[in-house]
Design a protein around this ligand. Structure first.
Ligand SMILES: N[C@@H](CCC(=O)N[C@@H](CS)C(=O)NCC(=O)O)C(=O)O
Length: 228
């Protein structure tokens, strides 16, 4: 008998949400294990044994440990035979991988970095990361015109899952999504998928007053939560 999957996670991590979202979309039985980033639990020896990078998310599948959000998506799609989310043919797989690279590249260094500035006061040049965020959003806006999903197929793929969390919360990093109607329509399509798991909102950046969270948990003050 095997136990449930365990996802080491933190509520305001977009990378962790990416993994949680996919687990939820495919209906895999899992438990969340909150890693206390504020107290440095991700740098403690027992966690570093799981992930030497000292980062969430980490998936533990009965002793099979998978680190890195995109690697977790691939693992889960393969493990559960979900070729609908990750095609097996050469071109289909390459089309998905292309966007996983964007999630780990332009998204991480654009909207995700902009959010790190407003939530944690990260030492990035705010104007530069916001500019990068708009560059990738403009590209995505073009790609999504006339298509439901980022790989233009009839159904979503793990590429959509990989891109969702940090784009949805881009306003928290002072990245205004108003000029991107196709991106907004795509966000809504993802949020309407059966099994969708909302990502907590943090009232910072453009979300200081408002909170568009599709029913997610609101973290009243991430900064407060992260003070000792
Ligand atoms: N490449 C990793 C990046 C994960 C990552 O940046 N996680 C952040 C939370 S969003 C983290 O744990 N940061 C703590 C640290 O780097 O010390 C992935 O895709 O999982």
């Amino acid at each position: 008998m095997t136990g449930r999957l365990k996802l080491y996670w933190h509520p305001i991590s977009g990378h962790a949400h990416r993994a949680q979202l996919f687990l939820s979309l495919i209906g895999a039985p899992f438990d969340l294990v909150e890693v206390n980033l504020a107290k440095g639990a991700h740098k403690a020896p027992d966690f570093l044994q799981l992930n030497p990078f000292g980062q969430v998310p980490v998936l533990d599948d009965n002793g099979v440990v998978v680190t890195d959000a995109n690697a977790i998506l691939v693992y889960l799609a393969k493990k559960f035979g979900r070729t609908d989310w990750l095609p097996e043919d050469a071109k289909g797989a390459a089309d998905v991988q292309r966007w996983l690279s964007v999630a780990a590249g332009q998204i991480a260094f654009g909207p995700a970095a902009a959010r790190l500035v407003t939530i944690f006061g990260a030492a990035f040049n705010a104007d530069e990361v916001v500019k990068r965020a708009h560059a990738i959003l403009a590209l995505l806006e073009g790609e999504l015109q006339g298509h439901d999903w980022i790989v233009p197929t009839a159904k979503p793929t793990i590429a959509d899952v990989a891109l969702y969390s940090y784009i949805a919360r881009a306003p928290e990093g002072n990245v205004d999504l108003a000029g991107y109607p196709s991106v907004n329509a795509w966000l809504k399509r993802v949020e309407a998928l059966p099994g969708f798991a909302p990502f907590a909102t943090t009232p910072v950046g453009l979300l200081k007053a408002a909170s568009r969270d599709a029913g997610g948990r609101v973290i009243p003050s991430a900064l407060q939560e992260f003070s000792p």
